[in-house]
Ligand binder design. Structure first.
Ligand code: CTP
Ligand code: MG
Length: 415
C-alpha cells in the first residue's frame, strides 16, 4: 500500500473560507450587516481562525492553507496576518483564492500546499467547534495505511430519497447511513488525482470523500462529534452568541407574621386578622395571622427569594403594605410578579427548599399540598419543591405561639 511510508507527521490543513454563505446572508444583513459567515466571530475571533488554532495545536499538523473568496483575498490575508501576529500558531500559514464551488476551492487550496505535505485535512471554516480530539481520530487511520478517513454520525431521523417533485423513491436502511462532517483526512497524492479526474470528467460533489469514493478508494468513517455543527442557517447563529454568565443564582427569602390572640377584641387588629394560609393552602383550625395581604408567610418568603434571584429588591418595595391595593390580596399575585421578573432577568427557577417555623399548628398533614401548590405557582414539578416544618423548641416568639416565620431558598438557572 502506498500509504505504508506515510507517517502522520506530514499533515497540512486546508481551511475553506471561500464560500458566500448565501443561506445566512439575509439574516446577517439584518443583524451583523452584510458579511460572509466564515468571518463571523466566536469568542472574539473569526470562525476560520478558530479552526486554524485547533489544527495548529496538533503535533501532526505542519502548516495551514486558508482559502478565501478571490475578492476578499487581499483583505483577509491582512486580517489573518494580524491575527497571527497576536496569536502565533506555531506553524506556517499561507492564503489563496478559492473558486465558485466548494470543490474548486479545495482544488485550489491543495495546489497551494507545501511540497512536503503528504497528508491533508480538508475542513470547513463554517465548523468552528471541531475538536483536536476529532482531528486525531481522523488522522489515526491514515497512519495505519488508509487513504481517506472522515468523521460521521449515525443519523437519528429516517432519511428518504425523493424525486424532483418530492415523491418518495425509497427509504435507505437507517443503520447504514452516516451524516458526515469535516475535517476529512486524505493521503494527498490520491486526493490530487481524484480532483484532477473530477475536473476532467465534470464530477459534481459536495465533499472530498465523494471524489475518493468515485475514484475507487476506500473511505473510512470515524466517530464524528455532535457539537461539530456547520454554521449554515439563521438558527445556527444562536450557537455563536456569547454565552451569558452560566452561573446559577440562589435567592433567599424570610418572613414573619404575628398571630392574632383568640381573645383579641381591638377592631383595628381584627380588621387585619386573616385565616392562616401557607403556600396558598388554607390551614383550618390554625391561629389567625395579622397581615395587610392574606398573610401567607411562606409565599412572602418565596417572593423575596425570587426577587433575590432577579436582583429586584424585596417584597416591601414592590408591594408596599401602605398601598390599599394589596389589602387582603392573595399572595400568589406577589409570587407571579416576582417570577415574571426572574424570567425577565434571564433565569428559570429549578428548585425550591422551604421551611416553616411554628410551634402551632402541626404542619405535617399539610406539607404535600403546600409543596404541590407552591410548585404550581413556580411552574415546577412538585418533586422539586421541598417543604420542611420545625418548631423552635418552645423558645422565642414562635415557641410562645405568638407568630410564625418562613424561610425560602430558590435556585434558578440561566435560561
Ligand atoms: N466554501 C468554499 N468555497 C466555495 C463554497 C464553500 O470555500 N465556493 C466553504 C465555505 O466557506 C464553508 C464550507 O465550504 O466554510 C462549507 O460550505 P457551506 O456551508 O455550503 O458554505 P457556503 O457555501 O458559504 O454557504 P451557502 O451554501 O449557504 O452559500
Ligand atoms: Mg455552499
Amino acid at each position: 500500500m502506498t500509504a505504508a511510508n506515510t507517517h502522520t507527521q506530514d499533515a497540512w490543513a486546508v481551511i475553506l473560507a471561500a464560500g458566500s454563505g448565501t443561506r445566512l446572508a439575509s439574516a446577517l444583513a439584518e443583524t451583523a450587516g452584510p458579511q460572509k459567515k466564515q468571518y463571523l466571530e466566536l469568542e472574539g475571533e473569526p470562525l476560520f481562525w478558530k479552526s486554524a488554532r485547533t489544527f495548529a495545536r496538533l503535533q501532526a499538523v505542519q502548516g495551514l492553507v486558508l482559502v478565501f473568496p478571490p475578492e476578499d483575498l487581499e483583505r483577509m490575508t491582512g486580517v489573518a496576518a494580524d491575527l497571527y501576529q497576536r496569536d502565533p500558531l506555531g506553524v506556517p500559514w499561507r492564503a489563496c483564492a478559492g473558486g465558485a464551488r466548494r470543490q474548486d476551492s479545495v482544488r485550489l487550496g491543495l495546489a497551494a500546499l507545501d511540497a512536503s505535505a503528504r497528508l491533508v485535512l480538508v475542513h470547513d471554516a463554517a465548523r468552528p467547534f471541531a475538536s483536536a480530539a476529532l482531528v486525531r481520530r481522523v488522522l489515526a487511520p491514515l497512519g495505519e495505511g488508509c487513504r481517506a478517513a472522515i468523521p460521521g454520525l449515525a443519523v437519528t431521523d429516517t432519511i428518504k430519497r425523493v424525486s424532483a417533485n418530492d415523491i418518495i423513491v425509497d427509504t435507505p436502511e437507517r443503520a447504514t447511513l452516516r451524516a458526515v462532517q469535516t475535517p476529512q483526512g486524505f493521503v494527498l497524492a490520491p486526493l490530487l488525482e481524484a480532483h484532477a479526474r473530477a475536473q476532467a470528467e465534470a464530477w459534481e460533489v459536495t465533499d472530498d470523500a465523494a471524489l475518493m469514493e468515485r475514484a475507487g478508494h476506500q473511505v473510512v468513517v470515524v466517530q464524528g462529534e455532535e457539537a461539530n455543527v456547520k454554521i449554515t442557517t439563521p438558527a445556527d447563529l444562536e450557537l455563536l452568541r456569547p454565552k451569558a454568565c452560566a452561573a446559577p443564582r440562589t435567592g433567599w427569602g424570610y418572613d414573619v407574621h404575628r398571630y392574632v390572640a383568640q381573645a383579641e377584641d381591638d377592631p383595628k387588629v381584627l380588621a387585619k386578622a386573616r385565616p392562616m394560609m401557607l403556600g396558598g393552602v388554607a390551614i383550618a383550625g390554625a391561629p389567625r395571622v395579622l397581615a395587610h395581604s392574606d398573610g401567607d408567610v411562606l409565599l412572602h418568603a418565596v417572593t423575596d427569594a425570587l426577587l433575590g434571584i432577579a436582583c429586584a429588591g424585596d417584597i416591601g418595595q414592590l408591594f408596599p403594605d401602605t398601598d390599599a391595593t394589596y389589602d387582603n390580596m392573595p399572595s400568589a399575585i406577589f409570587v407571579t410578579e416576582a417570577l415574571r421578573r426572574v424570567r425577565a432577568a434571564g433565569f428559570v427557577p429549578v428548585h425550591a427548599d422551604l421551611t416553616v417555623i411554628a410551634q402551632v399548628p402541626k404542619l405535617g398533614p399539610h406539607r404535600a399540598r403546600i409543596a404541590a401548590q407552591v410548585a404550581q405557582l413556580l411552574e415546577l414539578p412538585a418533586g422539586v419543591v421541598n417543604v420542611k416544618a420545625t418548631t423552635e423548641e418552645g423558645l422565642g416568639f414562635t415557641g410562645e405561639k405568638r407568630g410564625l416565620k418562613a424561610v425560602a431558598v430558590v435556585t434558578a438557572l440561566p435560561g
